[in-house]
Design a protein around this ligand. Structure first.
Ligand SMILES: *Cc1c(COP(=O)(O)O)cnc(C)c1O
Length: 456
């Protein structure tokens, strides 16, 4: 394939921001399994879900048929503040690697919250406002989702209560202050302000928390408070739907400059950025219009797809959420406190889990130190200081480009650069000092998590 004659940064015009989200479920031959009521094991009904989630979001969650879902005008207007995001041709990285591969990245860190999470936060805040709610509760791992939601809630004047995983709360005090500046209240999780938090603290004294714990607390708080609903920054079908804006813009940029990706790569925590980036391309693949290799990259310390089970499990540690069929390490799995906080989740989006189960995408792991090595190369060549989460995708992109160097293949690689790492300097400090640890759970560690899977 010829070297694409593209600008360094491909910016679409404002008018090219998609007016619809793309729902990959409409094209999937095997639909993702439905959420189940944990008591009856029957599929969750819309009315049941509406006790926890906003009405319009429930509709989106259950919609397996509509391919395109219109983006409300208010959300389109907000998107204009920071979209379209650029698709960048990583020519300096290519030079450094001396590879025949063509590498592009879709950069989602160009907004104050610093990640792709704002794409869904603004949508969820909009629907909460539309329903006339007072506020929303949520969890945050590394802090990016909480920050994005705080910004979105400030915009629509909604109250925002964030349960922040304790390890991040302590490692990233400035993240917390950004959220408070946008008006959110932030609680370190597990906390003693909820029933489930107190239970978890008793069972695991000294725990640094996990996304699963924080979700339990946020759900309990929302359900018990008049005029509040719970919102979630990843995993759910609705979140992948909102994030499809990433893939749709990428697809439009590719069409504009006749770029034909062979490989599309994303890091995978709960699966929202990867799902959003690949969805439109996956649709082409399922419909037989094109073929792509999709690669999910997860931390070796939290390998839900590569070493997990495809089973029904709770989305949270406290077992207050519906059951989702997904690749999971078990809701009791407590990942080691690695720095890519946004990837420390025991499960994986049901949509991506089904696509992976059907052999339509691949997954691999990367160790923490190999990820920071990749981040360093990237920062020194392309200039952007990447988030540790995003650097998992960089690792795989570099590895694939180096393979091309060996074989002489001129593949085109696109990866999702989900965010910036300015709040992760403690992690970079450890890497720079040579004191970074790699942690890979052994089979016995994983068995403990699997033992918590509900029997269905
Ligand atoms: C949250 C986050 C991720 C992981 O979440 P997904 O839902 O898997 O996308 C990746 N990168 C950044 C920068 C994040 O904030």
């Amino acid at each position: 394939m010829s070297i694409p004659n593209t600008p360094y940064k491909i910016y679409l015009e404002e008018k090219d921001i998609p007016m619809n989200w793309y729902n990959v479920r409409a094209d999937m031959k095997t639909k993702p399994a439905p959420l189940l009521n944990p008591g009856t094991h029957e599929p969750m009904k819309a009315e049941e879900l509406a006790a926890v989630f906003c009405e319009d979001l429930v509709e989106q969650e259950l919609d397996n048929t509509h391919r395109l879902i219109p983006i409300p005008k208010e959300i389109q207007d907000f998107y204009r503040m920071y979209r379209p995001s650029p698709l960048t041709h990583a020519i300096f990285l290519e030079q450094e690697l001396d590879t025949p591969a063509h590498i592009f990245y879709k950069f989602e860190g160009n907004n104050t919250s610093g990640s792709h999470k704002l794409n869904s936060a603004i949508a969820q805040a909009y629907y909460a406002k539309k329903q006339g709610l007072k506020g929303v509760t949520t969890e945050t791992g590394a802090g990016q989702w909480g920050t994005a939601l705080s910004m979105a809630c400030a915009f629509f004047k909604l109250d925002c209560r964030v349960y922040m995983v304790k390890v991040s709360y302590e490692q990233k005090p400035f993240r917390r202050e950004v959220m408070r500046t946008y008006g959110a209240s932030v609680v370190a999780s597990p906390s003693n302000t909820t029933e489930v938090g107190r239970r978890i603290l008793e069972a695991y004294p000294g725990t640094t928390g996990s996304l699963g714990c924080a979700i339990s607390e946020a759900v309990e708080d929302a359900v018990g408070r008049e005029g509040y609903r719970y919102v979630l920054g990843s995993v759910l079908n609705q979140v992948l739907l909102h994030q499809s804006i990433i893939g749709l813009e990428t697809q439009a940029a590719c069409r504009k400059y006749d770029i034909h990706p062979d490989i599309i790569i994303g890091c995978a925590g709960g699966g929202s950025n990867l799902g959003g980036l690949i969805s439109p391309f996956m649709g082409e693949k399922i419909r037989g219009e094109a073929d792509y290799q999709f690669i999910a990259v997860e931390p070796a310390s939290c390998p839900s797809m590569t070493r997990g089970r495809y089973a029904y499990d709770f989305c949270d540690t406290g077992m207050v959420t519906p059951l989702a069929k997904m690749y999971t390490l078990g809701h009791d799995f407590m990942p080691s406190p690695i720095h890519a906080g946004g990837l420390r989740y025991h499960g994986m989006s049901p949509i991506l889990s089904q696509l992976y189960e059907d052999g339509l995408m691949e997954a691999r792991t990367a160790t923490q130190s190999s990820v920071f090595q990749a981040a360093e190369v990237f920062a020194r060549t392309e200039g952007i200081l990447p988030a540790p989460e995003s650097s998992h995708a960089i690792r795989a992109a570099i590895d694939e480009a180096l393979k091309c160097k060996e074989t002489g293949e001129e593949k085109t690689i696109i990866f999702g650069l989900t965010g910036t790492g300015y709040f992760d300097m403690t992690a970079y400090e450890q890497y720079n000092n040579g004191s970074m640890q790699d942690y890979i759970p052994d089979d016995a560690d994983l068995e403990k998590g699997f033992a918590s899977l509900p029997k269905i």
